[in-house]
Design a protein around this ligand. Structure first.
Ligand SMILES: [Zn+2]
Length: 101
């Protein structure tokens, strides 16, 4: 059991270190995160997810057919962008027009 308690955090710490490397952390910071996650997993793992640089993915949260910049519409169901105002989403096929009956 003790073996698992060491190996599992070690694997997670290894993943955190490789993820930190991809996000451009310095060598010292990567080592610090690796040791921190390995030794105090319960504190450093949530902390890493809070502090790491977020990827720039825009998620539209507004409901209905949302018009964004330069005549592009956003599907409220699947989040894909489409150019023309169409009654059904070309990606997920759901009905988009809320008005009318
Ligand atoms: Zn859709």
């Amino acid at each position: 059991m003790l073996y698992i308690a060491i190996i599992v955090p070690l694997l997670i710490a290894w993943w955190v270190a490789s993820d930190a490397k991809k996000r451009g952390y310095s060598q010292g910071a990567i080592v610090a995160w690796f040791l921190g996650v390995w030794l105090v997993l319960i504190i450093f793992l949530p902390l890493y997810f809070i502090l790491r640089p977020k990827s720039t993915i825009l998620r539209p949260k507004s409901m209905g057919q949302t018009r964004s910049t330069s005549g592009t519409y956003v599907c409220p169901y699947c989040g894909n962008l489409y150019q023309e105002k169409v009654p059904f989403c070309p990606y997920c096929g759901r009905r988009l027009e809320e008005d009318g009956g």
